[in-house]
Ligand binder design. Structure first.
Ligand code: FE
Length: 249
């Protein structure tokens, strides 16, 4: 577990080395406040056992109270049933995806513990501390949320800010980091309008760090702001397409 923040009652940690083989590298983030935990985008079946064992070193067995799914992709949600079966936690996912999740084989008796996040977002509490589910639709999923933690001032951005192929966990030089983000952002994100809306929104928050689900963190205010500035002007998705799709010959 790599530590991002800690004070007497609040702790933010993540693990980045559980993905193997053909799996896309993914970070699993954990926030703990007063002994209660939330896990973010916990991933699929192959990492579930290892991750669950690691959690027990950070908090007591029944301490996991919430599971946050930023969107519906398999690298995030495939092990939903396992997590719900072995904990009493509530899971949170965009209301858009509620009817799709049962296709992953979520048991009838636990499926009611998956709570729909409304399109406009919501605030929950963890051990008494607020956590904000911030709308970030179309970045890349059409029902997509980020998580802002006002205690640590960390903004968790899921697939936004993802980097692939770099071997470091914290960005140091923004310009040389762009090459690891550019391809993913241009193809997976829907439109630059969503990025501009996002930049306008998160500039109203007090952000010390941006923590994506893949690749490296933007570990301080300067680098977080550089990422916001970069994202705001990026063309992506339909911005880069012409008037019609190609017809394969
Ligand atoms: Fe995704």
């Amino acid at each position: 577990m790599i530590k991002l923040f800690e004070n007497g009652t609040h702790k933010n940690v993540f693990v980045n080395n559980l993905s193997t083989g053909q799996m896309v590298q993914a970070n699993q983030h954990l926030i703990i406040h007063n002994g209660e935990g939330i896990i973010l985008d916990p991933g699929g079946h192959k990492i579930y056992t290892k991750l669950f064992a690691m959690l027990s070193t950070e908090m007591k067995q029944n301490g996991l109270k919430h599971i946050f799914f930023s969107h519906q992709d398999p690298d995030i949600i495939a092990a939903a049933n396992g997590w719900l079966m072995v904990t009493d936690a509530q899971a949170h996912l965009s209301g858009l995806w509620m009817r799709f999740i049962p296709h992953f084989g979520v048991d009838e008796m636990v499926v009611t513990r998956i709570k729909p996040i409304p399109d406009e977002g919501e605030i929950i509490t963890l051990g008494g501390a607020p956590l904000m589910f911030l709308p970030a639709h179309f970045l890349h999923s059409s029902g997509n949320f980020h998580l802002y933690d006002p205690t640590s001032k960390i903004l968790y951005t899921g697939d936004l800010g993802a980097s692939l192929g770099n071997d470091y966990a914290f960005v140091e030089d923004f310009d040389s980091h762009i090459q690891y983000m550019e391809g993913f952002h241009r193809r997976y994100l829907a439109t630059g309008k969503a990025l501009r809306m996002w930049a306008n929104t998160v500039r109203k928050l007090d952000i010390e760090m941006i923590a994506p689900q893949h690749g490296a963190m933007f570990p301080n205010r300067e680098l977080a702001n550089k990422f916001i500035d970069w994202a705001e002007t990026l063309s992506c998705g339909v911005d880069l397409m012409g008037d019609c799709y190609p017809i394969p010959a």
